[in-house]
Design a protein around this ligand. Structure first.
Ligand code: CP
Ligand code: NVA
Length: 298
């Protein structure tokens, strides 16, 4: 059996594997029924947090690859009645080719990866959202071609989506900038950090944003977050400061009127809806890569 090869932060990919993944994703988008990489196999998908895109793109993607997506909600699992992450990992590894987890607890994710004998995929944790990042890169590649030396500016809350964009973007040779107000910036990142959003988007080929209140944020901080992030919205005016032809990205769900204007979200200066579709194609390529035998495993 091949050794497990998890996908937790995105840093597990080297430049060649990421390039291969993005090429496969484009090919699978062209011919969605062309791969049976999961024929007769089951993928366990545990959602401890709400999801629209991740759930539907994984569920449809696993089906298109010939596999069965086994969706598991916390209230259906003994995990919420005291069973350990270790035992959950051991049992799910006996039934599934891959285990996906969306969680608010980084320790649970790492524990699952430590004890599972099959690949574990991070479907969003408080710190990371690498499945989003591979779809983001596919979307950028469709628009820009070669990503090396291109610039994308993330504007808004320095969160899981910003962190993963920076991690995976760096592997692809993309220049990632993050503009966030003091107190909302991430520091553990290869991205170039800015406080002024206008300065940060100068020379950018695309501008990216995400919600101002994430699922792992305390709802009681929501009003303060909205106030602090008020000047970090994607607007037509902000796009005007970026390169000609620059477009907006958003991982969604969106809150039009907060982090992005309605005119940008539904206008012709965005690739947001392609980006949402690309979740499926990129994740199918990821699943192919994770279940394929690797030469170094002998
Ligand atoms: N972008 C994203 O992960 O969306 P969901 O929370 O709906 O899965
Ligand atoms: N940063 C957001 C992403 C949602 C897809 C969150 O964690 O809630």
């Amino acid at each position: 059996m091949p050794a497990p090869h998890h996908f937790i932060t995105g840093a597990e990919l080297d430049a060649d594997r990421l390039d291969l993944l993005l090429h496969r994703a484009a090919a699978l988008k062209e011919a969605p029924q062309s791969s049976r990489a999961l024929e007769g196999r089951t993928v366990a998908l545990i959602f401890q947090k709400p999801s629209t895109r991740t759930r539907t793109s994984f569920e449809s993607g696993v089906f298109e690859l010939g596999g069965h997506p086994m969706i598991l909600r916390p209230d259906e699992m003994q995990l919420t009645r005291g069973e350990s992450v270790k035992d959950t990992a051991l049992v799910l590894s006996r039934h599934s080719a891959v285990i996906g987890l969306r969680t608010g607890d980084e320790d649970q994710l790492n524990g699952l990866a430590e004890h599972a004998s099959v690949p574990v995929v991070n479907m969003l944790s408080p710190g990371h959202h690498p499945c989003q990042a591979i779809a983001d890169l596919l979307t950028l590649k469709e628009a820009l071609g070669d990503l090396k030396g291109r610039t994308i500016t993330y504007v808004g809350d320095g969160n899981n989506v910003a962190r993963s964009l920076a991690v995976v973007g760096e592997i692809a040779g993309l220049k990632v900038r993050i503009a966030a107000p003091s107190g909302y910036q991430i520091t553990d990142t290869p991205a170039e950090l800015f406080e002024d959003p206008v300065e940060a988007v100068k020379g950018a080929d695309a501008i990216y944003t995400d919600v101002w209140v994430s699922m792992s944020d305390d709802e009681s901080s929501a009003a303060a977050r909205r106030e602090a992030l008020h000047d970090y919205a994607i607007t037509d005016e902000l796009l005007d400061h970026a390169n000609d032809g620059a477009f907006a990205l958003h991982c969604l769900p969106a809150h039009p009127g907060e982090e992005i204007t309605e005119s940008v979200l539904y206008g012709d200066r965005q690739r947001i809806w392609d980006q949402a579709e690309n979740r499926r194609h990129a994740q199918k390529a990821l699943l192919e890569l994770l279940v394929s035998p690797r030469a170094e495993d002998g």
